[in-house]
Write a protein that binds this ligand. Structure first.
Ligand SMILES: [Zn+2]
Length: 221
C-alpha cells in the first residue's frame, strides 16, 4: 500500500513524504523537498536564500521530488505575490532538475493546473494532492501526466460531490493519501481510505491497492 501524500511515515509500505516533515522518510519512501504555500503567509519562508538552499538539497538528493508546493486561497482571499512567485520558481527548479512534483491548490486548482502546464514538458509527473474540484479539470490534469490523490475526505458521507468525483477518476490516474502531519495525529490510515474508494467504485480493495501501487511506481519511473 502506498500513501501518496503525507508529512511523516505512518505504516504504509511506501510513503511519498513531503516537507514540512513531521518525521523523516525511511527506506523505500520517496522524499519531496519544497516550501509549502502557507509558509508565505506567516513569514516562515521569508529568509533570504531559501531557493538556493532548496536547489542545493535537491542536487544533493537526486532521488528526491519537489513538494509540497502550490497556491492556497483557503486562508486568504487574494494570493500574495510572494506565494505565486515562489510557486513558479519551484516549478522552474523541478523542470530544470526533471523531478516529479506534489501540488497543493486549495480553492485555486484552475490556476495551479495552468501554471503546472507551462512547466510540464520538463516535469515527469505531478501528484494533485487533495484535489477536490469538479471533474472539469481532469482532462488537463491527465494531459500533464497528473495523478489525483484522494484523501480522508472520501470517508465523509456528506461529501457527496467529492465522492462522485472519486468514482469518475480513471483507475490508472488514481492515488490515495493520508496527508498525516505527525505520527501522533488521529486519522484514518491509507488502508481505510483505499477500502472506501474501492467500495464507492464497486471494486475489490486488494485489486485497487495493487493498481495504486502500480500507479505510484509509474509516477516515479
Ligand atoms: Zn500536505
Amino acid at each position: 500500500m502506498t500513501d501518496a501524500h503525507c508529512h511523516c511515515r505512518t505504516g504504509a509500505d511506501r510513503h511519498f513524504v513531503c516537507e514540512p516533515f513531521g518525521g523523516e522518510p525511511g527506506e523505500g519512501d520517496m522524499a519531496f523537498f519544497g516550501v509549502h504555500p502557507w509558509a508565505f503567509l506567516d513569514g516562515t519562508a521569508a529568509e533570504d536564500g531559501w531557493l538556493g538552499r532548496l536547489r542545493a538539497r535537491l542536487v544533493a538528493n537526486p532521488a528526491a521530488g519537489v513538494g509540497e508546493i502550490g497556491l492556497d486561497r483557503l486562508k486568504v482571499r487574494t494570493i500574495p505575490d510572494a506565494m505565486r512567485e515562489a510557486f513558479r520558481a519551484q516549478l522552474a527548479l523541478a523542470a530544470e532538475l526533471r523531478r516529479p512534483v506534489v501540488l497543493h491548490g486549495a480553492k485555486c486548482w484552475g490556476e495551479v493546473v495552468k501554471a503546472a502546464a507551462e512547466f510540464s514538458p520538463a516535469i515527469p509527473a505531478f501528484v494533485f494532492h487533495g484535489f477536490s474540484r469538479s471533474g472539469g479539470l481532469l482532462p488537463d490534469i491527465f494531459a500533464l501526466n497528473g495523478f489525483v490523490s484522494v484523501g480522508p475526505a472520501v470517508l465523509n458521507d456528506h461529501a457527496v460531490n467529492y465522492r462522485e468525483l472519486v468514482k469518475a477518476i480513471p483507475a490508472d490516474h488514481l492515488l490515495a493519501e493520508t496527508d498525516r502531519t505527525s505520527p501522533d495525529e488521529v486519522g484514518p490510515g491509507v488502508g481505510e481510505i483505499v477500502a472506501e474508494i474501492a467500495r464507492l467504485r464497486g471494486v475489490a480493495a486488494d485489486a485497487l491497492a495493487a493498481q495504486l501501487d502500480a500507479n505510484a511506481a509509474r509516477l516515479l519511473a
